[in-house]
Design a protein around this ligand. Structure first.
Ligand SMILES: Nc1ncnc2c1ncn2[C@@H]1O[C@H](COP(=O)(O)OP(=O)(O)OP(=O)(O)OP(=O)(O)OC[C@H]2O[C@@H](n3cnc4c(N)ncnc43)[C@H](O)[C@@H]2O)[C@@H](O)[C@H]1O
Length: 143
């Protein structure tokens, strides 16, 4: 069975020398928290999906972000028994004070340092991804 595909951006900002990740809480289901992402539409590339979903779910466009196209990771898990693959790229919000605008799909947002972001995500694979991306984000901002 080919996996359902989704794509998104793990967005961070630098606030008082601390890396904070943008996490969104769904307004449906178990109200879980993830970075902005969503299903890949037929004929759409993962990359275009990631940018489209980020705009729809957080109101942020590519111009607002520095996207690290060479830093990506795919999570594979099952939803209702069906495999799902979600590719995330790392991105930095250029203006840390820029407002995030939610769609009806989410009811809350938080900018969280690594450990609290890992806690709200709840899933080991996302926790590991956040840890890896955190290291790379630190390297990027300290270059
Ligand atoms: N329960 C529901 N009730 C009503 N409408 C719903 C609904 N679920 C989806 N929808 C609709 O679907 C739309 C979402 O479409 P999109 O916005 O296009 O797609 P998505 O983010 O990939 O959807 P979803 O939230 O389901 O995915 P996730 O993998 O995080 O989450 C899917 C499952 O995988 C779990 N999960 C998330 N990350 C995981 C991980 N890393 N490892 C294991 N499981 C994980 C989540 O807890 C969740 O149970 C919404 O507009 C909504 O209308």
């Amino acid at each position: 069975m080919s996996p359902t595909r989704a794509a998104g951006l793990v967005i961070f900002r630098q606030s008082n020398q601390i890396i904070e990740f943008l996490m969104l809480q769904t307004s449906y289901g178990v109200h879980h928290w993830t970075p902005p992402k969503g299903h890949v539409d037929p004929g759409e590339s993962d990359w275009v999906t990631a940018l489209r979903e980020t705009k729809e779910e957080a109101g942020l466009s590519e111009a607002d972000l520095e996207v690290f196209k060479d830093i990506s990771k795919t999570l594979n898990y099952k939803v209702n028994g069906k495999p799902k693959a979600v590719v995330y790229w790392l991105a930095k919000l250029k203006n840390p004070d820029q407002k995030v605008t939610l769609s009806h799909e989410h009811q809350d947002l938080k900018w969280l340092p690594l450990q609290p972001a890992q806690e709200v995500s709840g899933f080991k694979d996302m926790q590991d991804l956040l840890a890896e991306f955190h290291d790379m984000a630190l390297k990027a901002v300290n270059k």
